[in-house]
Ligand binder design. Sequence first.
Ligand code: DSN
Length: 441
Amino acid sequence: MIQSLKHTDPQIFSLIKAEAKRQKNVLEMIASENYTSHAVMEALGSVLTNKYSEGFPGKRYYQGNSIADEVEMLAQERAKHLFGVPYVNVQPLSGAPANSAVYFAVLKNGEKMMGLSLAMGGHITHGHKLGLSGRLFTSVHYELGKDALLDYDAIEKQVMQEKPQLLICGYTAYPREIDFKRFGEIADKAGCYLMADVSHITGLIVAGVHPSPVPYAHIVTTTTHKTLRGPRGAMILVTEKGLQKDPELPKKLETAIIPGLQGGPHDNQTAAIAVSLKEAATASFKKYGKQIVANAQALAAELQKQGFELVSGGTDNHLILLDLRNKKVNGRVAAIALEAAGIVLNYNGVPGDEMPPLFASGIRLGTPAITTRGLKEKDMKKIAEWYRLAVKEVEGMDLPSDDKVKRSTLFKEYKAAMLKNKKLPAIAKEVKAFCKKFPIE
Ligand code: DSN
């Protein structure tokens, strides 16, 4: 007899139930999160989790892989078709291993990579000194220019001086369109590889609301669980341009995955990625992608009306970065207050931030998950008003950048004050009632 989770492990069962309830009752506005379909979760929770498939289709190290081969090939074909590329690797377990695999494939130890600095909206795996990439390779970073925008002329100048072997574009907290064509020209001029890490905006690229890097980059990496709305996972795409530069790239990437970085792929995850790629190829996905941006832009305008300062003055994509220094509120304090008000997001550094990352001055928010729930532009006014009301409750709760002890004492005081605050849970109640109108699948 099949023993259900409820009977086998009631503790985990009830924690999952509690998390489902939490996800239902709040506005999930973490820019990198989403709600997958039931079909994606069904594939993820399937018997494919039982299998070892080290290697690649047709060349596995274990027997019994004929079905796993079909699953993986289906995922590869769907991705190739969706993005218009000749090679796709669907095995990276997540974004960080995907990027590491690229570095192992195209760089020798000590060679140079160049991406946007973490403090300006880049990613830790783009050469940050505390990550593997920054420890194994030489890493230099470019910064944002005036108005927190990419300054392509400055980047070109720096690339020509530094001569990296790998140039990286694609970000985690950049609300503006990326000019991949210009990046491609810069990489060509320097004779280096261009990798576009489009994890955040893949769904927008598929929907045609952000230009694709495929004609201009050699390699594209992406996670599958953000705007693409699949399971946790990642893919590495090699473009025609990449194959022309090095026909051995697919082989090098496969060797980088195994034996380089990983063991057996997670076949259940691969199947779930395949499901999400099928969903992403539909007309309704395109509509959803367009709506993400429409919602973000409507929300940006409403937040501005409420006196919030938006880094770069607005958004072209799914995310908004608010600089809270004008409100005299620390970003982390605001994020806690907003969670108490039923709005979930993350605190984030802003360009030129004098605060350490754990007490960053801004908050990052995004519209992918609320768009999946069915919210439209007209709903953004209400959301912006909740932001204003929640942040008002903590206005003045800023923290010093230069006094660690005082910062820690004040932070504890602020948290205690927020626990006693009655208005924040009152907003959360309104948010919960509002969320009921937008059921999750
Ligand atoms: N954690 C992801 C994000 O939130 O952007 C990046 O790895």
